[in-house]
Design a protein around this ligand. Structure first.
Ligand SMILES: [Zn+2]
Length: 259
């Protein structure tokens, strides 16, 4: 866990960019983190493509998914996904909603994703499906109403991932690094599972393997190592976010320079 809120907000901006750079998030999708000292609040960016998110874009929300302070910026339409899951799951500290290309074939076909390789164990033994149409009929498929968010949270239950029919996936974690790790390994697992079908029916991990490998993959030493790897890949591509307050400091410096 970062030392200060400023560090946490920088980490959230970085998580946005890592998940975009690794192909989990695209122009859409979002990632949030619960306030470490106030479980009734969470942090989420203003409506912006995740690859562009900076610390200055991060807003604080109540669990009703409304900003704590009035905001003039555009907000994510699907922010109720985050608030409703934080309401339902006190153990969840971070949430990612995405429409990753790797998982969409499963969302469209209604076929389950199961852990098929050791690191894939982090997704858990079972991933439930949620079909918005079952409860709400024809919609634009965006999860925007609190009752839709609550329905999704019910479908997630105590699992780590829920697949959303014809839409995408929502992933939860006990912290940002764990969430980023699970989100990326979900996509890798989906790709391997689909490709393995070309060779024959893939065999999922045994239940005991899922428990043991899943716990191993959540160790701080492991999530720190993967986080560092993805962070450096992003930096090498020139995509690191500025530090919190860097834009303001830059502007102040320019103003001072003009005087
Ligand atoms: Zn969505």
């Amino acid at each position: 866990m970062p030392d200060t809120l400023r560090d946490l907000i920088e980490e959230l901006a970085l998580a946005n960019r890592i998940l975009a750079h690794e192909g989990v998030l695209d122009a859409f999708g979002h990632v949030s983190v619960r306030h470490p000292a106030d479980p009734g609040r969470f942090f989420l960016a203003r409506s912006r493509s995740p690859l562009l998110v900076e610390p200055a874009d991060i807003l604080e929300y109540t669990l009703d998914s409304e900003p704590v302070r009035p905001a003039k910026v555009r907000l994510y339409a699907e922010r109720v996904i985050h608030g409703c899951i934080y309401q339902a799951r006190s153990d969840v500290m971070a949430v990612c909603h995405h429409h990753a290309a790797a998982v969409l074939p499963f969302c469209v076909a209604g076929k389950p994703i199961v852990p098929v390789f050791h690191v894939g164990a982090t997704i858990g033994a079972e991933i439930p499906f949620w079909d918005q149409h079952d409860e709400f009929g024809d919609t634009d498929l965006l999860v925007v109403k609190p009752e839709e968010g609550r329905s999704l949270a019910r479908a997630l239950g105590q699992h780590s991932v829920v697949l959303m029919k014809r839409h995408g996936a929502t992933v939860v974690g006990g912290g940002l690094k764990e969430l980023v790790s699970r989100s990326i390994f979900l996509c890798q697992n989906a790709e391997y599972q689909l490709r393995a079908h070309l060779l024959g029916a893939p065999t999922p991990l045994h239940p005991g393997e899922i428990t043991l490998a899943g716990a191993l993959n959540l160790k701080p030493s492991v999530v720190d190592r993967t986080w560092e790897y993805w962070r450096l890949r992003l930096a090498a591509a020139g995509g690191s976010p500025p530090r919190a307050g860097a834009a303001k400091a830059g502007r102040r410096g320019k103003r001072r320079g003009k005087r």
